[in-house]
Write a protein that binds this ligand. Structure first.
Ligand code: NAI
Ligand code: AKG
Length: 476
């Protein structure tokens, strides 16, 4: 073990960085320690939750529909050639057949085009949202997929109701297994466990965001626990300008690939001395490598041109140094692919994002930076109600709004924007091979936004969540 000031190195380091003047070599695990003062020690956060369990089955799916929308074996095998042989389980991430981000950039070149032309752009945009997939096929019986649904806290119930209504309207071959897990109360761990078992059974889920209390005596984050326990290590968040909804910058179009299982979210904290707390940021080479490969594979499959690694290796020389150096090594393997790569310190990245977002294409970063950058990204294109996302690993995929907000302030008001949840659900449909249904729903959603007649308050309108849902259904 080598300690130097704020960083503790465990095991052997391979990052080419200096630690207290010594070169640290051969270390797959780096633990960064951030110390700060607090009046009392944090208490042990023991998971305990109480929530009601509500199991519903809302899809009256036609089994023949599911049959023709089968697993994309050919596409899945395509990507294998890009995968590194010593990481056999990297999940595949790829875009729908017909679309590329180049098409998209062209398509979105003007937010001021007439509505009819914007509607065509909406079609292109709908088909362009990436598809995430992995080798383990989700459960499907009689052409119907069983999907775990966790509406979540705050506006979760309202925006997942919106998805349920839309799916029912198009007869999507999805049967929900719903678990009303809530982080608002510390009771209900049993229900959380049941939801996890359901996710493990079904391998695919749709979720809203679960509230996590800030207080030290409150329970741990169920959101983080899910991502860690399922090892859904890659968070994918898409920030794209929407047709008909101009924001300060036109043609924003970048994907945030965020390491989802370690880093600042390790949840390891202790008081080493009264008034001194150490929060451990865990970084491992293996996880840095798989997320870097995921980002390059994502770029290749989605016809993206550049991958930017976001870090703070000037300060966290070991932890973020490991992340950055691993990224650079992985980039060497993709040299012949034509994908450019660069790296940028996270604070400068934040400034560049608000000043010149057009320079970003695919971005890859440790956990906390991903949380911050996805919030900046959301604000660039219209807010947290718009940006879809998913968490994917080798076995499971869990879809949720990319900007992970509970929105307690809007709970029960019927004023939340359901777009991010609807688009996350369409990403899930693509993941299941149901591209046609996914594209119809996404197009209808973009068309409603583009027409600007029905918009929720966050987008400057006065329509309700239900108005928006009904408008999407009407388009379908
Ligand atoms: N507080 C918590 O329990 C959790 C917090 N987080 C993290 O903390 C960050 C901030 O969370 P909070 O302060 O709790 O933010 P928040 O939930 O209060 O949301 C911030 C603002 O965005 C608005 N908003 C969010 N979703 C919306 C929608 N669908 N339609 C319209 N408006 C919407 C809310 O109304 C609110 O004004 C999140 O980005 C997330 O990364 C993540 C999970 C749980
Ligand atoms: O679950 C939480 O409360 C926090 C999670 C979070 O901040 C995130 O997902 O980025």
């Amino acid at each position: 073990m080598c300690t130097s000031g704020r960083a503790v190195v465990v095991a052997d380091v391979e990052s080419k960085v200096e630690c207290a003047g010594r070169k640290a070599t051969q270390c797959p695990v780096v633990v960064g320690v951030v110390a700060y003062c607090t009046p009392r020690a944090p208490e042990t956060n023991r998971p305990s939750v109480k929530v009601s369990h509500n199991l519903t089955s809302s899809a009256n799916a036609d089994s023949s529909r599911g049959a023709d929308q089968s697993w994309h074996g050919a596409e899945a095998s395509d990507i294998l050639s890009f995968q590194h042989h010593h990481l056999p389980s990297v999940p595949e991430v790829f875009v729908s057949k017909s679309s590329t981000s180049v098409m998209l950039r062209n398509a979105l070149s003007s937010a001021t085009r007439p509505v009819a032309s914007q509607s065509r752009l909406a079609t292109t945009l709908a088909a362009s949202f990436p598809k995430v997939s992995h080798k383990v096929q989700p459960t499907k019986y009689g052409g119907v997929y069983t999907v775990t649904l966790i509406p979540g806290d705050g506006v979760g119930a309202e925006i997942t109701d919106s998805v349920k209504e839309i799916f029912e309207h198009v007869n999507a071959p999805i049967e929900w297994e719903q678990y009303d897990v809530s982080g608002m109360s510390s009771a209900g761990e049993a229900l959380f466990r049941q939801a996890m078992e359901s996710l493990k059974r079904n391998r695919v889920g749709l979720k809203g965001i679960l509230f996590t209390p800030i207080s030290q005596s409150g329970h741990i984050s169920w959101n983080v626990a899910m991502r860690q326990q399922l090892d859904i290590y890659a968070s994918v968040v898409l920030c794209k300008s929407l047709p008909g909804f101009p924001t300060r910058h036109a043609n924003v179009d970048f994907a945030i690939i965020r390491e989802n299982t370690e880093g600042e979210y390790s949840g390891l904290e202790h008081q080493s001395y009264p008034g001194v707390v150490e929060s451990l940021k865990v970084s491992t080479r293996a996880k840095a490598e798989r997320i870097a490969r995921f980002a390059f594979d994502f770029a290749l499959k989605n016809n993206r041109k550049k991958v930017t690694c976001v870090h703070k290796a000037n300060i966290m020389k070991l932890g973020d140094g490991l992340f950055l150096n691993t990224f650079r090594r992985v980039a060497e393997d993709y040299k012949s692919s034509g994908i450019e790569h660069n790296d940028m310190i996270v604070d400068n990245t934040s400034m560049q994002l608000v000043a010149k977002p057009g320079q970003f294409d695919v971005m890859v970063m440790p956990n906390l930076y991903g949380a911050i950058v996805s919030n900046i990204g959301a604000a660039l294109v219209g807010g947290p109600g718009i940006v879809p996302g998913c968490n994917v690993g080798t076995e499971y995929a869990l879809f949720e709004p990319g900007c992970r907000h509970v929105a307690k302030d809007l709970m029960g008001t019927n004023r939340a924007n359901p777009t991010a949840m609807i688009l996350s659900a369409t990403m899930m449909l693509r993941h299941l091979g149901l591209d046609h249904t996914a594209n119809s729903i996404a197009k209808a959603t973009f068309d409603v936004i583009n027409e600007a007649k029905v918009r929720t308050a966050d987008m400057g309108g006065s329509s309700t969540t239900s108005d928006f849902t009904n408008a999407v259904i009407k388009k379908l």
